[in-house]
Design a protein around this ligand. Structure first.
Ligand code: ADP
Ligand code: ADP
Length: 225
């Protein structure tokens, strides 16, 4: 069954300069293990939808139904601006979900190190974010999103600011990790090629109001493990 069902969700922002209909009548579901990409111009409501999914915004109308008896799945989120804490090491940043609850155990440290390896950051565990390239910081933010072993991974243009080659490498690594780990994913991207490369299904949105205007399944052979 689906990990999440978005049921007729609309979102309006009332501002001094007027009302913005950021989303209108969004009806979508994401299956367990499914990789969905959302593409569309700036302002079509992609980030608003993702923020509603992770609980940072409330819909004005409609609702989010979680698959398992109304309980939200474990989620991980990675953003374009990576949001690593500059005074913590990469390893500590990856363990942040645990550090916020108290002390990290030896098992947590092992997991953070394993995630560093998974995303290609072995050798950089003790470095601070400022010592890493842009691509490496994005890898670290994806590793942190994976720390809680998410059933649903939310990716808000995590590779948008990277150069084309770095982006291609990270896209390939993301596909490998998804194939190995089996989580459902929702990726926001401006890149049709990235969407087509990674996703099982691509949703196209348009702005004013933010609506789904097209949707297509991608049926390419994948290197399933
Ligand atoms: P996208 O991620 O597709 O670029 P957003 O979800 O960020 O689009 O924004 C959708 C629309 O909602 C835009 O017109 C944006 O200006 C507006 N918007 C988003 N957040 C707010 C907010 N907190 N207050 C007012 N307007 C907002
Ligand atoms: P990615 O494809 O992970 O974004 P980059 O293209 O940014 O990688 O960097 C390529 C390689 O250069 C990295 O994998 C790393 O080995 C090395 N590198 C980048 N920045 C640094 C740094 N600050 N210190 C040491 N090595 C680095």
């Amino acid at each position: 069954g689906p990990v999440v069902r978005v049921d007729g969700v609309s979102k309006r922002f009332d501002t001094k300069s007027g009302t913005v209909q950021a989303l209108e009548g969004i009806r979508q579901s994401i299956g367990a293990g499914e990789f969905v990409a959302i593409v569309g111009p700036s302002g079509c409501g992609k980030s608003t939808l993702l923020r509603i999914l992770c609980g940072l915004e409330e819909p004005t109308e409609g609702r989010i139904d979680w698959g398992r008896e109304g309980q939200a799945p474990r989620m991980g989120v990675a953003f374009q601006d990576h949001r690593l804490l500059p005074w913590l090491s990469i390893e500590q940043n990856i363990m942040l979900p645990r550090l916020m609850q108290g002390r990290a155990s030896a098992a947590d440290i092992d997991r953070a190190l394993a995630l560093c390896k998974l995303v290609g950051l072995t050798g950089f565990e003790k470095r601070r974010p400022a010592e890493l390239s842009g691509g490496m910081k994005q890898r670290a933010s994806v590793a942190r999103a994976l720390f809680t072993d998410p059933e649903l991974l939310l990716l808000d243009e995590p590779f948008g600011a990277l150069d084309a080659l770095t982006r291609e490498q990270i896209t390939a690594d993301t596909e490998r990790i998804w194939t190995e780990q089996g989580f459902a994913a929702l990726l926001i991207t401006h890149s049709i090629s990235e969407a087509v490369h990674l996703a099982d299904r691509v949703i196209v949105m348009s702005a004013r109001p933010g609506r789904v205007v097209a949707e297509f399944k991608i049926d390419l052979p994948r290197p399933r493990t």
